[in-house]
Design a protein around this ligand. Structure first.
Ligand SMILES: NC(=O)c1ccc[n+]([C@@H]2O[C@H](COP(=O)([O-])OP(=O)(O)OC[C@H]3O[C@@H](n4cnc5c(N)ncnc54)[C@H](OP(=O)(O)O)[C@@H]3O)[C@@H](O)[C@H]2O)c1
Length: 278
């Protein structure tokens, strides 16, 4: 896809990966419609890229929020790319997690992402060429202790991306699934960072992740897995899962120690406004 001709709707635009994606996509000449709930962060981005970026504040778990996004996309003049980057995570053992937190996580990462895609697909179909990008995770291929609900959500997103790619194979809409490994953003609590340090799990800078996503969009790739050795573990887990079981069994005491220390994250504050800002 030629980025200078791209009209991109980006969810999760106010997040750690989203904000640097905005920088890179704008530098390549794309026009962007940013979606999030944190109006201050989104407004700061629109001030940096006047005329190139518009924003819409919406909670994607609400039907009204998704329809506000659809209306904004129509006023934006159509879209030839949608990037689903909104997501939440909670590090905890399943038994520690409360029911509502599980529903919230699946609600944002899976249900809202599918529902928004369903709503926006007709706009993508109107274009001679279009691309849907879903941000998954290494944890969409490897079940990891302490992240059962998050892994379930990202496995679902990977399945969704694969099925939709095949469903749209006779159309002009392509689907790209991106699986970053752990990345240094607010999504990862201090306990997760400390655990990763102890387990020698590498964490990427969001700039590195954004660079590879932009490359994959320009090159019209269908799937990318970021980070070494994570790419190898993804293959190994699908071919020889018992080997990965053994490796993770050794890490389990450390993971449990950090998970027990983790305080449950309260629900993210809702925006006071839902609406579009040019
Ligand atoms: N960080 C990692 O280690 C990592 C690794 C692999 C994959 N990923 C994936 O990459 C994507 C971006 O992650 P990140 O690290 O940038 O996360 P982040 O910094 O925590 O940002 C999350 C984004 O999701 C948005 N969001 C959450 N709930 C929403 C809702 N109900 N309605 C609308 N927007 C909502 C947030 O918007 P507001 O704050 O404005 O509400 C924010 O922009 C996610 O899908 C994540 O799962 C992250």
């Amino acid at each position: 896809m030629q980025l200078r001709d791209a009209r991109i709707l980006l969810t999760g635009a106010s997040g750690g990966i989203g904000q640097v994606l905005v920088e890179r996509l704008c530098a390549n000449g794309a026009r962007l419609l940013l979606v999030g709930r944190d109006s201050l962060a989104l407004e700061a981005l629109t001030r940096r890229y006047p005329g190139q970026v518009s924003l819409v504040c919406a909670d994607l778990t609400q039907r009204s929020g998704r329809h506000t996004v659809l209306d904004a996309a129509r006023r934006f003049g159509g879209l030839n790319c949608v990037i689903n980057a909104a997501g939440i995570n909670q590090f905890s053992l399943l038994e520690q997690q409360d029911e509502d937190a599980i529903a919230r996580l699946i609600g944002v990462n899976v249900t809202a992402t599918l529902q928004l895609t369903h709503l926006l697909l007709p706009l993508l179909r109107q274009q001679p060429q279009a691309l849907l990008v879903n941000l998954g995770s290494t944890f969409g291929s490897i079940g990891y202790p302490g992240f059962a609900a998050y892994c379930a959500s990202k496995f679902a997103l990977r399945g969704f991306s694969e099925a939709l790619r095949r469903e749209l194979a006779d159309s002009h809409v392509k689907v790209l699934y991106v699986a970053p490994r752990a990345t240094r953003t607010a999504m990862n609590s201090a306990d997760v960072v400390a655990m990763n340090n102890e387990l020698k799990v590498e964490m990427d800078d969001p700039q590195q992740v954004a660079r590879q996503i932009v490359h994959a969009i320009a090159a019209e790739r269908e799937e990318i897995y970021l980070g070494w050795p994570e790419k190898l573990f993804v293959r190994l887990n699908s071919l020889l899962p018992r080997l990965v079981d053994q490796a993770l069994r050794k890490q389990l005491p450390v993971i449990k120690r950090f998970a027990r220390a983790e305080q449950p994250t309260p629900p993210a504050s809702q925006s006071t406004s839902t609406g579009e800002h040019p």
